[in-house]
Design a protein around this ligand. Sequence first.
Ligand code: ADP
Ligand code: MG
Length: 699
Amino acid sequence: MSSSVTGGFGRNAFNEATMRECLPKNVFQSLKRTLDGEQPLDPATADVIANAMKDWAIAKGATHFCHWFQPMTGLTAEKHDAFISPTKDGRTIMEFSGKELTQGEPDASSFPSGGLRATFEARGYTAWDCTSPVFVREDGKNITLYIPSAFCSYTGEALDKKTPLLRSMDALSRQAVRVLRALGTTNVKRVIATMGPEQEYFLIDQAFCAKRLDLVLAGRTLFGAKPPRGQELEDHYFGSLHERVANFMNDVNNELWKLGVTAKTQHNEVAPAQYELAPVFTTVNVAADHNQLTMDTMQKVARRHGFVCLLHEKPFAGVNGSGKHNNWSMATDTGANLLDPGATPHDNMVFLVMLCAVIRAVDKYATLLRASVANAGNDHRLGANEAPPAIVSVFLGDQLTDIFEQLAKGGAKNSKAGGQLKLGVSTLPNLPKDSTDRNRTSPFAFTGNKFEFRMVGSSQSISGPSFTLNTIVAETLSEIADELERNGDVKATAQKILQDIATKHARIVFNGDNYCEEWTAEAARRGLPNIRSAVEAIKTIPSKENVALFTKHAVLTENELKARTDILLEVYSRQINVEALTMLTMARRQILPACCEHSAKLAQAVTAVAAAGIKADTQKALLARVCDGITALEAGIEALDQARTKAAETKGHEHQAEGYRNDVVPAMQALRTVADELETVVDAKLWPLPTYAEMLFIR
Ligand code: ADP
Ligand code: MG
C-alpha cells in the first residue's frame, strides 16, 4: 500500500466520506444530525444505513458482523454472527437489519459486573455508538463487519468502558459551552475532548517467550537476573530501527491505516526492545476505540513476524516500563483548540479560564486521577524509582508559570517570548525557540497546546483516565460558569476567578525534576497526596466527594461507581494471584530442579577431585553456596505459598486486595531475589529460562 497510502487509508472503515457516498442524501443528513447529538436515530433510517453497510462490507468479503464492545476487563469483546438468513426453499440470502445494527443482546453473565447483576440474570445489551465508524477487519480468512458499541445491563447500568466516556464527553461539552457563552463566544454548540495516546510496548522473539511461563501467563517476567547490559548506554532511544522491527512496524501501520487509524509516529524507546507508536489525535471516544485496535493489531501482527508484543507496564525489572501518554485537549465544533495559548496568552481570556479550570481540577481531584491509572502493573512504574512518580503535579513551564503567578497577583500583563536559537553555523537555520522547555518527568505536563497525562499504564484502556479527566474538568468549568452567570461584570468576575485559582492551586504546579527525593519531601510539605499502591488508590474511588461528582454530571451512578471499584480490586487480586501461582510453578518445577542438578554435579566434582588426591575446597565452597541458595529458595516458595493461600481465602474485595498487596507481593519479591541470585551461579546450560540478555538483545 506504500505507494497509495492516502488512497488506501481508511478503506476498511465506513467513515463519513464512505457514508456520504453509499447513503441516500436525506439518510446521510439524518445520520449527521444524530452524530451532532441533535436527534436520536429513527428505525427507518437505521434500516437503510444497515443495508448500505452490509453491501459495503460484503463487497469487501465480509461474511459476519459483530457488536464490538469494551467490558470491564479492559479488553474488547466480540461475538460474530453471519449475515445469512435461510429462505423457505432451502437457499440463503444475506441480511442485516437496522435493529441488528443498533442493538445486540449478548449474554452478559460472564463479564465482570461488580455485583451490578447476578449470574442468573444473563441479559445484557449492546448499543451502536454511531460516533465511532464501523469497520471491516480481516483476521486470517475471517472477514467481519465490526460495530463499535456500548454495553449495559438489563437494568441499563453501564457494564463497560465506553458508556461513561461518552457521558463524560457530554458533561464536558455542556459545561465548556456554558463558560464560552458567559465569556461571549456564542456560536459554539459543542466542545469535544480530543486525545492522542502515545503507546509504548516491547517486542520479544516468540521463541524466548514460549519458554517463559511468566511471559505467557502474566505478560511480564517474574524472575530474571539483571543482565550485564541494560539501558545504561542510552543507545536505544531513537536509535536506528532494526530491520525485523521496521518490517513489523510497516505491517502494523498498513493494517491500522486500512482501518482508518492514523498511526503516525514510531521510534525506539528508552529500554532495549522497547518501542512507541503514536497516532494523530482525534475525539477521545474514537481515540479510545483506535487505541484498543492498535494494541490488538500490534499483538496480532507481532505473531506474524515471530515476535510477541508485550503491553504490560513492567515486563522487565531494571529497565524502563511502558506507559501511555494521553495527550488531551478540548476543541470547539468551530475548530478552535481551547488550550491553544496563542501568541499572547496573558490576554487570551478563554485560554486562561480553560487552563485554570484544568489546574484546579487536577489539584482538587489529584487522588481520583491517580486512582484512574491504578492497576497491578502500574505499581511497578508509579513511585517505584521511575518517572512519572505517584505524586500528581502539573508542569506549566516558564511562560505559563510566570503568567499564573501574575494572575495570583491580580492580573496578567505580559507573556515571556520564546525568541530565536542561533546555532552558530552559517549553513544551519536559526530556530524559533518555544517559550517553554519540556519536562519529561512530570505526570501531567502542559505541552504547547494540550496536556499530556503520563501516568496511564501501557496495558490500560484510555477510557478510565479520560472519563475521569473529562468529568473533573467539567466540574470546575461548571463552578466557573455558575459564577460567571451569576455576576454582571463578566470581565471582573473572570479576573477574580483566575486570581482565586492561581492563589489556591499554586501548590499543584511543579516544574522541577519529579524524579528526585527532594520533590517527595516538598510535595509532602505542600500537602499533595502520594499514593504508592494501586489498592490504596482504588479504595478512595467511591468517596462521598467522588460519588457527588460523578452523579452530578451523570457520568456514573453511585452503584456503577461502587461496582467499578469492586471490579478494579478484584482484578488486582486475580492478577497478583496468577503471578504468584505462576512463580510457584516455575520455582518448583523449573528453577529448583535445575539448582538441584547443578548441586549434584558440584557434589560429583568434589568427590572426583578429592579422589584424585587434590584439595576440593573451592568446589566445596561453590556447592555450599548453591545448597544455601536451594534452602532459601524452598523457604521462599513455602512463604509465598502460605501468603497466597491466606489472601485467596480472605473475604471482601478490599481486604483481599490488601492481603495480596501487603503479604503476597513482598513474598513474590523475596522469592525472586533468591532465584535471581541463583541464576548468577548456576551452570548456564542447566538454567531453564531464557535470560534477560537474550530476550532484550537478540532479535
Ligand atoms: P511528543 O513530542 O510529546 O512525543 P507530539 O507533539 O508528537 O508528542 O504529540 C503527541 C501526541 O499528541 C500525538 O498523538 C498528537 O496527535 C497529540 N496531540 C497534538 N495536539 C493535540 C490536541 N490538541 N489534543 C489532543 N492530542 C493532541
Ligand atoms: Mg510525548
